[in-house]
Design a protein around this ligand. Sequence first.
Ligand SMILES: Nc1ncnc2c1ncn2[C@@H]1O[C@H](COP(=O)(O)OP(=O)(O)OP(=O)(O)O)[C@@H](O)[C@H]1O
Ligand SMILES: Cc1ncc(CO)c(N)n1
Length: 513
Amino acid sequence: MSSLPALHHVRPAPGEAVPATRGIPRVLAIAGSDPSGGAGIQADLKSIAATGGYGMAAITALTAQNTRGVSAVHVPPAEFLAAQLAAVSDDIAVDAVKIGMLGDAQVIAAVRTWLEKVRPGVVVLDPVMVATSGDRLLQESAEAALRELLPLADLITPNLAELAMLLGEPEAATWPDALEQGKRLAAETGATVLVKGGHLDGADCPDALVNTGGALSADVVVVDGERVPTRNSHGTGCSLSSAMATAQARLGDWELSLRTVKPWLEEALRSSGQLEVGHGNGPVHHFHHLVSTGAAPEGSFADVLHAEAAADLDAIYGLGFIRGLAEGTLPENEFAYYLAQDAIYLNGYSRVLARASALAPTEAEQLFWARSAQQCLEVESELHRSWLSTRSVLPDLGPVTKAYVDHLLAASASGSYAVLVAAVLPCFWLYAEVGETLHAEFLDAGAPKGHPYAEWLRTYADEGFAEATGQAIGIADAAGRAASDEERSRMLTAFRQSSRYEVEFFDAPRLHS
Ligand SMILES: Nc1ncnc2c1ncn2[C@@H]1O[C@H](COP(=O)(O)OP(=O)(O)OP(=O)(O)O)[C@@H](O)[C@H]1O
Ligand SMILES: Cc1ncc(CO)c(N)n1
């Protein structure tokens, strides 16, 4: 495979941290009850569990609600909330807190007193004021007290209406306006603001972390997402905020947390149709990623993975970079950027494969990953020798390359061989499929002589790589079938994220070259 361009894509820059996995965080939701199970503490507990935490709940208020709306609210005496909070923190170390519906000013005061005493390491505040159905969940007279609570949070997760209300401004009608409002709220409170695109129109549904005080890698970090065409959005805000609290306690990095949580939530929205709950705005499927157990036949887990990657493969084929490569119209600077990033990626990928070799349960698998790690380095030097030496490209680490390799390094630090194997698989599998298709298209077009990328497209016909891909799929399939539900769901998440990065890697030259 030394002629192969690529298992694409780094050596982490010296001193760059690999996110630590900190065991199972104990996450406390301080929120209201939704007896229909889609929002409130019910959604919080499901989200915390689904994203790897141990969930606890101190109930601020009871609502009588379903997927159609709220019919009654009962706020018990705030002293009883204080007793619940003390009972938890007197006995249990709380790694993260998610605050949702608060109901009235007395409740807010009780939460404030407790936060000031206990000072939990991670505080996510979802400033719940009005339910999806339009019903009020916070007394109007308590809005000022809620505003004063905001500086005690690390992350605030308002929807667009709440963001506007907290600032006393009209609701943003566009994404750039929403980000500007996010900056103002972040500056006022000192907290990071998660600006959510859920209530905007359009095919995209971006979210962004905003902090103007230097807490993030940039003032605004946007994480893109696709809008899922569904009305089952009951409780998405609750689910997102408690999943963020859990992820942050595990990973210690807000950006990585959002990049981890958002695809999970998107899939929970996508799978919401599997649930048949109510006649209004239904709940999301928090546990969509659990595959049922049983004696799974050979290939069955690989089939699940392949189905997971289908949408990303389609997305790759639709990219301007891929079309331009196939048709020969790709600007040279984009190609050069791609090659340079590929070389950087391969170096990092090789280290991650070496880790897979170290963790492999059999000598055959150990050898497979060690060989693959070596081949990556050979391909990397080949890239430099025959493709990059004649081009002038900056050898800077691009943002997608960094994010992808960081994700792989996180998987290699996860402690699970199965998760690591799932994370490295898309680089084999999607690359092999795309390469095969592009090569076939090139031949179908009669291998046109003047095609500027002819030489590159020929490198895609590498049987050795196809064979290695088959082996990697077999290893992941066996690991997935033998894994517990929990580990298998982490494999799916890791695989899905890598698969998404494959798309972004091919799209990066357009955005960053
Ligand atoms: N149709 C959708 N497709 C994809 N993601 C969505 C969709 N709707 C909402 N989201 C995501 O769900 C999360 C919550 O966003 P939203 O703006 O809906 O919050 P919210 O209004 O507080 O939620 P809730 O409905 O619980 O009150 C965000 O990450 C957002 O991007
Ligand atoms: C209890 C409760 N908290 C939050 C929301 C917001 O979605 C809701 N509908 N119900």
